[in-house]
Structure formats: structure tokens, C-alpha cells
Design a protein around this ligand. Structure first.
Ligand code: UDP
Ligand code: MG
Length: 314
């Protein structure tokens, strides 16, 4: 019998967990032709989240957990989920029931039809502010314009991934992660499923605008080094200005027989050296970008405990 792992990162979710388990249990009893594993990643919660997860595991062995040594953030928690999942496919889900578990049978249906990455696209985002919706829309526009890889719109992390996607993602071990663009980057056969995103069931969102801006910057800088190219592009108008002004001064001097003024020479020199400097910055940036892309290989998290066993980090 094939196995499916449901990966749930949880950070201070003591209020949502009992409700989540109730809905999951119903679902697990409905899915008869697959073995289900629910893998919680406790991302250094400061409340009773880990105690609740342990209690759940005591009465239901389909539940597994990874307990982080501190808060590493959702992106890293998702990677740990991929590392520890034992299923033939995994499903990412939030702990706050914003992603309805009832959609899972449909995700599985398309997996059976041979799709590797069945992602849920939200048709509405209840309980989110106008500003958050607007900024996220603009962000995807910018991200998409910076890269050739196609990025799925209105899609979160709620999705089913086949084992070969899991193995592929496990090989991308950079520390500034943006799973959304990684899902696109690895490719494979994708299928879209529409759903209504519900408001959070209990507790508070962990996101604020600072975190979102950080995530946005990580998304762009981890995915592409094009911001480093700004310098190279800036040198073009500088040289253009130099060229135009140079022609103007030469024409005035030779054709109209007016002597070159000191300030004109100074402007020409400034434009020349500014252009050279910006261009050199751009070149350094290009190399820096390449080094940056090669150096992302530190362990990304440490685990305190996996299924009641202390992790020794061997
Ligand atoms: N989360 C996490 N680590 C963090 C922040 C959040 O594992 O540092 C988890 C959180 O428990 C939830 C999911 O990530 O399961 C999404 O978080 P949240 O609902 O706060 O974000 P939103 O849905 O508002 O974007
Ligand atoms: Mg949420």
C-alpha cells in the first residue's frame, strides 16, 4: 500500500491543533487505499504545541513529529518535513486550517492520474486585508518579470508532491529559501486545483509586514542575482550622457571655434570616471552573484527530537 505524508509546520498553534486533528482524523478514516502519515514540524513553539503533538502521537501512531531546537521559520520547517517524510508523496498544509483537508482526496486523484505536483490555487482569500492581497499580487508580477521560470499565481504551499519532486527539492539546500519559486524551478508535471481559502481557525497569524518584506527580498535574491546587475545597467545611461556631451563639446570647439571651457572638461571627466566605476561595480557584482550561488551549503536546521528519540546530529 502506498503512503502519503502530510507535512504540517507548526509554530505556536496550541489553539488550532485539536481542531486540526479532528478534521484530519475524519479524512484519514475516509482515505482507505493509502497509508497516511501526519508529520508535524514543531518550529520552536513557545506554547504547548509540542505537548499537544506528543499527546496526539500517543493515541494515534499515524502521527509523527520533528521538534526543532529553536524557531527556524516556516521555509526551513518545510525542508525538514521533506527530509523526514517517509511517504511516496507528500502534502504540505498549514496548521491553522486555512488549507481545507477536505481538498486532499482531489489532490490525490490527480496524483493517481500521473501528475507530480498538484497545487491548490485560491479563488478567494477570506479574512485577509486588501493591502495584503494587493502587495502579494504586485510581488508576483515583479518576481515573474525577473525570471524565465513560470511562477504559479495565487498559490501558497498547499500542494501534493510526488516522491521524485521531494527528492529534487531535498537537493536544493540554500538557506534563504523561497519554496514557492523552488516548486516552479524543479519543473515536473503540474496540475492546478481551485479552492476557497478559509480564514485562520484560531490563534494569530505569524506574519507581519516586516516578515513579508524579508520573504519577498529572500524570494528575489535567492532566485536571481539580477539586482546585482542594476549597476551594470546604470553604467549605460552614464556612458550615453558622456558620449552626447562629448560630441556637443567637440562640435562647439571645432565647428564653432569656441575654446573648451574648464567646467566642460570637468563634466566630461566626472562622467567618464563615474561610468567606469559603476561598470566595475557591476562586474564585481556579477562575480559576487556567482560566488553567492555556489556557497549555500550549511546545515539548515537542527532537530531536537524525532518521534520521541533525541536527535544526535551525527
Ligand atoms: N509557521 C512556522 N514557523 C514560523 C511561522 C509560521 O512553522 O516561524 C507555520 C504556522 O504554524 C502555520 C504556517 O506556518 O502552520 C502558516 O503560518 P500563518 O498561518 O501564521 O501564515 P499566513 O497563513 O497568515 O500566511
Ligand atoms: Mg495561516
Amino acid at each position: 500500500m502506498k503512503k502519503i505524508t502530510i507535512i504540517i509546520p507548526a509554530y505556536n498553534e496550541e489553539e488550532s491543533l485539536p481542531l486540526l486533528y479532528e478534521r484530519l482524523e475524519k479524512l484519514m478514516n475516509e482515505i482507505k487505499n493509502y497509508e497516511i502519515e501526519v508529520l508535524f514540524i514543531n518550529d520552536g513553539s513557545k506554547d504547548k504545541t509540542i505537548q499537544i503533538i506528543k499527546e496526539l502521537r500517543q493515541k494515534d501512531k499515524r502521527i509523527s513529529y520533528v521538534d526543532f531546537s529553536r524557531n527556524f521559520g516556516k521555509e526551513i520547517a518545510m525542508l525538514a518535513g521533506l527530509d523526514y517524510a517517509t511517504g511516496d508523496a507528500v502534502i504540505f498544509m498549514d496548521a491553522d486550517l486555512q488549507d481545507p483537508p477536505e481538498l486532499i482526496p482531489e489532490l490525490i486523484k490527480y496524483w493517481e492520474q500521473g501528475y507530480d505536483d498538484v497545487y491548490a490555487r485560491r479563488s478567494s482569500r477570506k479574512g485577509e486585508t486588501w493591502l495584503k492581497k494587493f502587495t502579494s499580487k504586485m510581488y508576483y508580477r515583479v518576481l515573474q518579470s525577473l525570471t524565465r521560470v513560470e511562477i504559479q499565481k495565487d498559490t501558497g504551499d498547499f500542494r501534493l508532491l510526488d516522491r521524485r519532486c521531494v527528492n529534487a527539492l531535498k537537493k536544493l539546500r540554500e538557506s534563504q529559501r523561497c519554496s514557492k519559486s523552488m516548486f516552479s524551478w524543479i519543473g515536473y508535471k503540474k496540475k492546478e486545483v481551485m479552492y476557497e481559502r478559509d480564514p485562520r481557525i484560531a490563534g494569530k497569524t505569524k506574519w507581519n509586514y516586516r516578515k513579508l518584506i524579508d520573504l519577498a527580498i529572500d524570494g528575489i535574491t535567492s532566485f536571481t542575482t539580477s539586482p546585482l546587475r542594476i549597476s551594470t545597467y546604470l553604467s549605460i545611461p552614464t556612458f550615453l550622457a558622456l558620449f552626447v556631451y562629448f560630441i556637443y563639446v567637440i562640435v562647439k570647439c571645432c565647428v564653432l571655434n569656441v575654446a573648451i571651457q574648464a567646467y566642460q572638461a570637468i563634466i566630461l571627466l566626472i562622467l567618464f570616471f563615474a561610468g567606469v566605476q559603476i561598470l566595475l561595480f557591476g562586474i564585481v557584482g556579477e562575480y559576487l552573484g556567482r560566488i553567492f550561488n555556489e556557497t549555500k551549503n550549511r546545515p539548515l536546521y537542527f532537530v531536537n527530537e524525532y518521534n520521541d528519540v533525541k536527535e544526535m546530529n551525527e
